[in-house]
Design a protein around this ligand. Structure first.
Ligand SMILES: [Zn+2]
Length: 455
């Protein structure tokens, strides 16, 4: 009896260790089971490096990828090329965070019953993109590098997000040994994963700060004789604009007026507005984390502060983030956060989340009026038949021997088509000349997609 109890005493610590082990396992199971099931390389879920489970459709039910068993892309090569950066390729060179983020919902994994997709009908994941708008946008880039995004600023649905260069996932080119530069940065999704020098589209941010911080901003005159001296630097303008109001200076995209405004507003105010509008934040949705933009005036001289308000200096913006800023201005200071996954049958339904950028409704109304004036007086309403487009163009200097990037961003002010957009063509030259016709084509395709849902 004495010996027995000594043995029992010896077993107690062992029992305690086993119990502790079980407890740790159960806690870790509860916390991480979903991750264990979908770990990269899990044969239940992946083929190659990308998720392979369920049918992926566009907003209208068109199927660019059937991944119920392996990855069967659509028979339409244009759609394959235009959606590859969202859906991923076969080999894992290009990942599909939006599909990885919904793997649990797609495969029907439950912590109590485990995997049960095999018993079910394949799930359907419906994305917010329009297959047609994707194709129109990809074609409109005419093989140039760049990115185009359009989203509904009332719901948050991204109707179009293309990036170029791209390739056909069913006919992958030899990217490694290409020496023409045609595939430069092809593995990167430029819309979600990069930042760009914004150029003059950033003048919208400077205008917003001026409208809210300078009481006479709307009534004062600016004078441009082609250049001005700030500190040791000469700020050159794209023309000679003489006397102009703030509205005219924005339409002229006058560097002189915006250089003077930026210096008058000062580092703190400029930095506060870049922060307030979210330029320096990341967006997080559907497994995507956009890189934060850059706006840092810590060691900027006056001339550099001037260039920063013109969208140069060290300014960088992420296209998707900038798109959401346009959405918020269009929405009177509050816009929906963008997203890509609309629903997964039976398990997930997207909800609209809105984000305020801290601008007053009045500021947004005036910005809208100014950006509308840009279209009417500078870019040409004929580029956007029947659409009430408000926009700003940019020609972003990216290096002494390089053609500037063409940038163009804005929104439609119309209850039927609440769409914001951004178009960037790398080394595309003039923002309005290169990008406005592209924006026109892509917006039309998106409006048609919305019309199709109403009829
Ligand atoms: Zn000027």
């Amino acid at each position: 009896m004495k010996r027995m109890s000594r043995r029992a005493m010896l077993l107690l610590p062992l029992l305690a260790v086993i119990l502790l082990g079980m407890t740790i396992f159960l806690i870790r199971y509860a916390v991480s089971a979903d991750e264990w099931v979908v770990f990269p390389g899990s044969p239940h879920v992946y083929s190659g490096g990308n998720m392979s489970t369920g049918v992926i459709t566009d907003r209208h039910g068109e199927v660019p990828l059937d991944a119920t068993s392996g990855r069967a892309y659509t028979a339409d090569p244009e759609l394959r090329r235009a959606t590859m950066h969202i859906l991923g390729d076969r080999y894992g060179y290009i990942s599909a965070p939006v599909l990885s983020a919904y793997t649990d919902e797609m495969i029907g994994f439950s912590k109590l019953t485990g995997l049960h997709r095999v018993l079910d009908v394949p799930k359907q994941a419906r994305l917010t993109i329009s297959a047609k708008a994707q194709k129109v946008a990809q074609a409109a880039l005419l093989g140039r590098r760049g990115t185009i995004g359009v989203y509904n600023y009332e719901t948050g649905e991204i109707l179009c997000a293309v990036t170029a260069p791209t390739y056909d996932p069913d006919d992958m080119p030899d990217v490694q040994s290409d020496s023409t530069g045609a595939y430069e940065g092809v593995f990167v999704n430029r819309f979600f994963q990069t930042t760009y020098v914004p150029g003059s589209i950033f003048k919208i941010v400077t205008t917003a700060a001026a409208l809210e911080e300078l009481p006479d901003a709307m009534t004062r005159n600016f004078y441009c004789e082609g250049s001005c001296q700030i500190g040791a630097d000469t700020i050159k303008c794209n023309g000679t604009h003489y006397t102009q109001t703030l509205q005219q200076a924005l339409a002229n995209s006058c560097n002189v007026a915006f250089a003077q405004l930026s210096v008058e507003l000062g580092k703190d105010v400029m930095a506060r507005y870049a922060k307030k509008l979210g330029i320096t934040d990341s967006l997080r949705f559907d497994g995507i984390v956009t890189p934060a933009g850059h706006f840092d005036l810590t060691s900027a001289a006056d001339s550099e502060l001037a260039w920063s308000g013109i969208g140069q200096y060290t300014d960088m913006v992420n296209p998707c983030q900038f798109l959401s800023v346009m959405g918020a201005i269009a929405g009177g200071g509050e816009g929906a956060e963008p997203y890509l996954m609309k629903s997964v049958t039976g398990t997930y339904q997207a909800k609209t989340k809105s984000r305020s950028v801290g601008l007053s409704e009045e500021t947004c109304r005036i910005l809208t009026e100014y950006m509308r004036n840009n279209v009417v007086t500078m870019y040409g309403q004929w580029q956007f038949p029947d659409l009430y487009v408000c926009a700003k163009s940019g020609t972003a200097e990216v290096g002494p021997d390089e053609t500037p990037h063409a940038t163009f961003s804005g929104f439609i002010r119309d209850a039927n088509y609440p769409l914001a957009f951004i178009v960037i063509v790398e080394n595309g030259g003039s923002g309005s000349a290169t990008c406005a016709p592209i924006a026109g084509q892509v917006l039309r395709a998106c409006c048609e997609a919305m019309d199709a849902e109403r009829s």
